[in-house]
Design a protein around this ligand. Structure first.
Ligand code: TMP
Length: 253
């Protein structure tokens, strides 16, 4: 709770986490669309990335390798370098995007955040969790998500959803055991903080998963997003929230 005292909360901060191929980006995009539909000011961002600096760090951490076009990266990146660079991108994202958006009462949706470092560099690469947590506190000044949606699925299912040539450094350089540790790491983090995490079975259809994602956002005070069924009922006419309705979802806390 100390972080809440340090940061008077006004907007909402939702993160989507999970192993590879869980559908985080498409679920986050749907969530953003539902927020827009409900008249909520929303920012959709990603990690690593989301700022000019962060996207440059992303190019270092996750170089695009196009066989026959770009050179295969030869030297492995040390786990501690990974942890520092992911947190450097995170510090910039928090300072430049997350905090200003929350201060002006907006909804911030991020695909991946600090839990990914604990799962990948901690549980996966074996770095001490307490040191990673200290690094996280430094990078984020203690900012925690209000809600973390963990899209859970077995790594063999997630990795199988992407063509091999689309695999990033983590997908191509680490074995299935690593990805199992990452998945179990995320589940352990969720067990430690059940009030923050909603664990959703991501092996199902995108529609079924999204129904649960939307339901999980109901935990956040004063945030009412539009379920897809209501969108349909409203028919062909685009829904523009009435003023009181729009105010309700933008209420400042
Ligand atoms: P993605 O944007 O497609 O999810 O790829 C990001 C990759 O970077 C993914 O393999 C997970 C990895 N990653 C970490 O290892 N640590 C981190 O802190 C973050 C944010 C991502």
């Amino acid at each position: 709770m100390t972080s809440l005292r340090r940061h008077p909360r006004r907007g909402w901060f939702i993160t989507l986490e999970g192993p590879e191929g869980a559908g985080k980006t498409s679920q986050a995009t749907r969530l953003r669309d539902s927020a827009l539909e409900a008249g909520v000011d929303v920012v959709l961002t990603r990690e690593p990335g989301g700022t000019v600096l962060g996207e440059r760090i992303r190019e270092i951490l996750l170089p695009l390798h196009i066989p026959g076009v770009t050179a295969q990266p030869t030297r492995p990146i040390d786990a501690r370098t990974d942890a520092l660079l992911f947190n450097a991108a995170r510090a910039q994202l928090v300072a430049e995007v997350v905090e200003p958006a929350l201060s002006s009462g907006r909804l911030v949706i991020a695909t991946r955040f600090a839990d990914s470092t604990l799962a990948y560099q901690g549980h996966g690469e074996g770095l001490p969790l307490d040191e990673l947590r200290a690094l996280e506190r430094f990078a984020t000044s203690g900012r925690k998500p209000d809600l973390t949606i963990l899209l859970d699925l077995p790594p063999e299912v997630g990795l199988g959803r992407k063509a091999r040539r689309e695999h990033n450094r983590f997908e191509s350089s680490f074995d299935l055991e690593f990805h199992r540790r990452v998945r179990n790491g995320f589940l352990a983090l969720a067990r430690e903080e059940p009030a923050r995490f909603a664990v959703i079975d991501a092996t199902r259809s995108a529609d079924e998963v999204f129904a649960d994602v939307l339901a999980a956002t109901g935990r956040l005070p004063d945030l009412e997003l539009v379920p897809p069924v209501e969108k349909g009922r409203r028919g062909a006419v685009a829904h523009t929230p009435s003023e009181p309705e729009a105010r309700k979802v933008r209420i400042q806390r």
